[in-house]
Design a protein around this ligand. Sequence first.
Ligand SMILES: [Zn+2]
Length: 305
Amino acid sequence: MATVYNPMPVAGATFSSKTYTDGSVPAKFDTFLYQPLDGRDQLKLVIKLRIQMRPLPQRMIPLVLDSDDNPFFTTPWTDATWRNFLHAVAGQADMWNNKFWLVPPPTFSDFDLSFPDSFPNQAWRPNVRCVLDVDLTATEDVHRTIDVANLDLRFLVGQTQNAGTFRSHAMLYDSLDAVPWAFPLGTGPGQPARHPVIAHEIGHAIGLGHIGTILKTPLCQHALNMENLGWDSFDPNTAGGRNSFNCYGVGQGIAIVGNIMGAGDAFTVDNARPWVWAMGYLRQRFETWTPVTADPGPGTWVKKS
Ligand SMILES: [Zn+2]
């Protein structure tokens, strides 16, 4: 049975980071901690992202440039196509749910439950469920605004029509992003089969960098070093530094490139960091929270402190 939570959070904060430390990228979101209404059950840690998605209005000359400055023809959005797009975005955002839980550190005793009659020397300590809540129709106090171009598919004759056709960037998406990109790197062995571009972009919006920066892989480190020296553009694998093929994990095995923050669709414990950061923000102290990718159960019995 689904847990019923007290609608009033026990803690809340606006997380804001401008750095690239620990595999992060600058990001801003709200975070709230909720307690179950009764009984022994998990707490709920919500990352709330308010995104203002705007249908890009049709211009006099219906052209838009992608992040590589390639021109694409656009067509006006209709209510129905826009609704379908938002629905697909919500579906990809939801891929971040039911993936991560946090097991508390020994210092997290604030929500311990006591049962002095039956268990006098023990306390029960809840685990934490990680939730992502994305509001796509926010208009006020938004964390980011994204315009979306509706590509005119009639002008893409002879071109593949997938999320990689038009190179989106953080502020401008396109209608094809709603369709997960099949075999983004080709069909060779060890290549990811599909890449949900919007789920990847939402990973950036909650502060995650590319998988190579998260895992500090040697090849990504090399790309960052080359960028610092201004030499990254001499090698297509290092070009762009933290956004290079090297930092996407290309050629470094499916365990790396197949991650959602690489070019695939796998979620690993490394992708739980935003909730660990959020908890640190809410708690305002240094603690070691342990993210896990399987439901650890409602909580654990600990020795009463
Ligand atoms: Zn990215």
